[in-house]
Design a protein around this ligand. Structure first.
Ligand SMILES: Cc1cc2nc3c(=O)[nH]c(=O)nc-3n(C[C@H](O)[C@H](O)[C@H](O)COP(=O)(O)O)c2cc1C
Length: 159
């Protein structure tokens, strides 16, 4: 898909079908993460791939705003090193790259940032020096996105 078309048509998805995402597409999503740029090329992020039903349920319980992740085919916990002042920017860039790489293959995704930090740390054995910053859930959309539109302000209000 053309890059602009991919950006234009991608919507956050929170309801997923039961169809498995092929492992090659999942690898592309992870590769898109790896290829993302970070401040000073520090590459401080690390990723936890969550792809079994029980762990997805645990992840949903570790969230305050992403219980929908329970229905995802897989999810990626983005860990960043908060000692870098730009770590949240790095997390956002990597999340967007993964989402667009997935959407290029018609795989939908949503993200959440409402995280019960202590619980997720112990459930997923997150190292102390890294912070769970964003979680992105992936899967084929439960229904067609046709008809759904982006609700965005016009450019003349923004520029
Ligand atoms: C920084 C950030 C934090 C977000 N946190 C959450 C969240 O905690 N839970 C959730 O379901 N969606 C979350 N979202 C998704 C937004 O709600 C979504 O991007 C926005 O509603 C636009 O969706 P659309 O592209 O489908 O129109 C977050 C998005 C961003 C960029």
């Amino acid at each position: 898909m053309d890059a602009f078309e991919c950006i234009k048509t991608k919507l956050d998805v929170r309801e997923f079908s039961a169809e498995d995402v092929p492992v090659e597409i999942r690898s592309k999503v992870l590769e898109a993460a790896r290829l993302s740029g970070t401040g000073l090329n520090t590459q401080h992020w690390r990723f936890i791939l969550v792809d079994n039903k029980q762990n997805l349920k645990t992840l949903a319980e570790d969230s305050t705003s992403g219980s929908w992740v329970r229905g995802a085919n897989f999810a990626i916990i983005v860990l960043t090193n908060a000692e870098y002042s730009f770590h949240l920017i790095d997390a956002g860039r990597v999340a967007q790259n993964m989402q667009l790489a997935a959407w290029n293959h018609k795989v939908g995704s949503g993200l959440f940032t409402g995280i019960r930090e202590e619980k997720i740390r112990s459930d997923f054995e997150i190292p102390n020096e890294l912070s769970p910053t964003i979680i992105v859930g992936f899967g084929y959309p439960a229904r067609k996105l046709t008809g759904k539109r982006k609700d965005r302000m016009p450019l003349e209000k923004l520029v």
